[in-house]
Design a protein around this ligand. Sequence first.
Ligand SMILES: NC(=O)c1ccc[n+]([C@@H]2O[C@H](COP(=O)([O-])OP(=O)(O)OC[C@H]3O[C@@H](n4cnc5c(N)ncnc54)[C@H](OP(=O)(O)O)[C@@H]3O)[C@@H](O)[C@H]2O)c1
Length: 378
Amino acid sequence: MTSRYGIVLFGATGFTGRITAHYLSEHVAGEGISWAIAGRDRDKLKALSDQLTGQKPGIIVADTSDRTSLEGMTSQAVVVMNAVGPFNMYGKGVIEACLHTATHYTDITGEPSFVAETYLACHEKAKEKNLCIVNCCGFDSIPADYAAWLTAKKLPPELPKMLKAYIRTNATFSAGTFTTAVQALYLESTGKTVKVKIKRHPDAPRQKLKIHFSKDIQAWAIPMPVVDPHIVRRSISRLPEEYGEAVSYSQYFVRSSLGKVLKTVLPIGAAMFLVKFRRFRNWMFSRLQSGTGPSEERRANSRFEVICVGTAGSSTARTVISGGDPGYNETSKIFSQAAFTLLDKIKNHTVTYGVLTPVEAFGTDLVHRLRREGLSIE
Ligand SMILES: NC(=O)c1ccc[n+]([C@@H]2O[C@H](COP(=O)([O-])OP(=O)(O)OC[C@H]3O[C@@H](n4cnc5c(N)ncnc54)[C@H](OP(=O)(O)O)[C@@H]3O)[C@@H](O)[C@H]2O)c1
């Protein structure tokens, strides 16, 4: 293990990968971690490495279509950070290579089907091999997973709890994120998505998912088909001693007016219908150029807030996690700090094995790290 890089960042030349590479380059020295960037194009990797102003990385060439190259990459890492998406298309082989070469794994997927597939196919194998695999280590789903956990812990442990999370942001997305969303909606429309069934506790408060005006936040709340509820519900089901036994969770996107609700819901509804048609998908993909995304200036003006409101009997608790641009600036920070936390745990022999949620894998250590890095967690 000591001859391996602490971290190998796969997909380093993508839009999110590049921002993460810059963050890592400035922070790995302080952590005492060796690192490498990986991707399918050596020239692009070399050009990226030349731009990095902090600690220079090693360079590894690997392509998801070549299993030997994937194992060549994963065998050189203690932890792989995977930023190659859509994960439904490219992710499975990377995790299989990690299982084969005894490498811990994190990624920034936001795709519910890929997350379910990873859990069902790899949880037992990862436990047998003493490996930790954690999906959703970006804005999807670390703020929501932690906001729900911190809220539940403030409520009376023995009472049923209702948790509701609200996401507010003015941010926009990269081409890679749009491509991934279109792919995920298409998969959903085919009915071929993989799901993990989590049994509802009979005493867990029922929550109806609908667009409504929320008194909690005095704004409109829209349920969205995102990955966070899948992760949060898994954390709840696997850690009853932390959350309580009977807990329900729902999540909403926040809009300030009914007009803005329509502006959000109508295009999504149209896209959900149109993705069924190959022509529409091809037209969308032709407009989305991988490697592109919101400008530095646009990102500097983006903010997010995740507000989780929990009730249990007459008690109420509220957690607010907020920061800057969620999809890229904060994701690169959260993703990197999650990998640093995992490396700490490996070094200290406190790592838990299996396919874990962020809360299960990183616990309170990540809260301290994220606060230190400027995220507000109140
Ligand atoms: N969880 C979150 O909050 C969050 C935040 C941001 C992004 N994401 C997700 O992260 C993923 C990447 O987003 P992005 O904006 O960075 O997309 P992007 O700019 O399109 O980057 C995609 C990356 O994948 C690489 N790639 C594609 N096919 C490959 C293959 N066969 N073998 C090796 N590498 C391959 C590309 O390599 P080349 O450079 O050589 O083309 C590029 O590095 C998306 O799925 C997005 O949804 C999630």
